[in-house]
Design a protein around this ligand. Structure first.
Ligand code: ADP
Ligand code: ASP
Ligand code: MG
Length: 415
């Protein structure tokens, strides 16, 4: 007997029938003698629906009010799941993050969890209740509601698992496992029985949105055994995410991903002097904008061009901050390129192995796909390409690095 945290994503709780299916999965774990804490996302695409509604009212919604709005989706699914568990004859209680005490920093829309109180959870567990917690949301010490960023319920689940010292954290979703690429557009994606935290973290950061990056970061930090598995095939063990030292197989590239949610911004002809990059990126970081790829190239007349990418949701705020910096620096102009996708290869086995970057560029050249920008880290290489060729590029890289599974299971994704 131990504590198990189970997280069910939006597609797993999309309608009442699916919520009943989730109730069965929860009860199965409870009947095995475990104490069960369940984290749920909002039903289906209801978070998107709420975001679109806000967009019909204003193009610049207040961040606090946005959190008040989008945190509501999880309240619906948690109450319905608790009811479904009651209906099946088992005890359950649903709790909002504010009721549990999931404390976050005072930042709206992408807050980080700083503490999880366990008193209330332990009390309900000691009364043998199944606890259903609303994912994605938190509360600041001032009592303000926050959200953790899109896909953040995974992180709620891992944070609860850490706080409760849970034996397992199972992330149930609409795919049967983590694959070497998104099975929606790479039919030959192969299943990963295991993947290391560091590779999974990189994959999640570069667009494999099967897991929220911060959930993997936290699981790695606290060594939480984490699994990605299917809500629709409960006997499938899915993928285990573990420390790299415990990995059995190494290959130079273990996954390929695309991120189509970035934009590239270039600031042209900035003076070639010390401190310029610090001013540009300092202004962005002060406003909580994360910058991804950065490239600086020397222009003539002691001037540089600096190009970088940000998430498209940060485009408007980036442009207004940058315009002020541009004027102060006397830079020529700001140029935006929306037609980009970042494609990346990830693998712990690429460390100290030469030729991986060359093979990546070769695979893209073979398809006549132009590279707009390149960035590398120890276990990842990313290239910016034209948006509409992103999936084709991922498939080409997947084949190049011999990740194709010719006998891949057909029912990887449950729609
Ligand atoms: P949930 O609502 O359960 O949180 P998500 O949509 O956030 O589900 O994540 C599941 C989706 O992640 C899958 O449907 C799949 O299309 C996508 N995905 C992207 N990359 C991968 C990958 N490498 N392996 C498995 N799924 C992936
Ligand atoms: N409902 C939130 C979202 O759609 C959180 C989540 O699903 O993890 O982003
Ligand atoms: Mg998700």
């Amino acid at each position: 007997m131990g504590i198990v945290v189970q997280k069910f994503g939006g597609t797993s709780v999309a309608d009442s029938k699916k919520i009943k299916n989730v109730a069965n999965a929860v009860i199965k774990e409870y009947k095995n003698g475990n104490q069960v804490v369940v984290v749920v996302s909002a039903m289906g695409h209801s978070t998107d629906y709420l975001i679109n509604l806000a967009g019909e009212i204003t193009q610049k919604p207040d961040n606090r009010e946005m959190d008040m709005l989008i945190s509501s989706g999880e309240q619906v699914s948690m109450a319905l799941l608790a009811m479904a568990i009651h209906e099946a004859g088992y005890p359950a209680v649903s709790l909002l993050a504010s009721q549990v005490g999931i404390l976050t920093e005072s930042v709206h829309n992408r807050a980080r969890i700083i503490d999880v109180k366990t008193e209330k959870l332990e009390k309900h567990l000691s009364e043998n209740k199944i606890i259903v917690v609303a994912g994605f949301q938190g509360i600041t010490k001032e009592g303000e509601i926050t959200t953790l960023g899109r896909g953040g319920s995974d992180t709620s689940a891992v944070a609860l698992a850490v706080a409760l010292k849970a034996d397992r954290c199972d992330i149930y979703t609409d795919v049967r496992a983590v694959y070497t690429a998104d099975p929606r557009y790479v039919p030959k994606a192969s299943r990963l029985e295991q993947v290391s935290y560091i590779e999974m973290l990189e994959l999640a950061r570069v667009g494999a949105n099967v897991l929220h990056p911060r959930s993997v970061e936290t699981a790695n930090q606290f060594n939480v055994p984490m699994r990605v598995r299917s809500s629709f095939y409960l006997d499938d063990p899915g993928t285990l995410i573990i420390g790299v030292e415990d990995m059995e197989i190494y290959r130079p590239v273990n996954g390929v991903a695309a991120d189509k949610s970035q934009v590239r911004i270039a600031i042209l002809k900035v003076p070639d002097q010390p401190g310029i990059a610090a001013r540009i990126f300092g202004a962005l970081s002060k406003n909580n904008i994360s910058v991804d790829m950065i490239i600086q190239s020397l222009e003539e007349d002691n001037a540089n061009n600096i190009a970088f990418t940000v998430d498209e949701t940060d485009l408007n705020s980036t442009l207004s901050i940058l315009e002020e910096v541009r004027m102060n620096l006397g830079a020529k102009e700001i140029v935006v390129d929306n037609d980009i996708a970042k494609i990346s290869i990830v693998g712990a086995g690429m460390i100290d192995r030469p030729g991986i970057a060359a093979s990546m560029f070769e695979a893209l050249a073979e398809q006549n796909i132009n590279i707009k920008m390149i960035a590398t880290s120890e276990i990842k290489i990313s290239c910016l390409v034209e948006k509409e060729r992103a999936h084709e590029a991922v498939r080409a890289l997947h084949s190049k690095f011999e990740l194709d599974d010719e006998n891949a299971e057909a029912d990887k994704v449950k729609l």
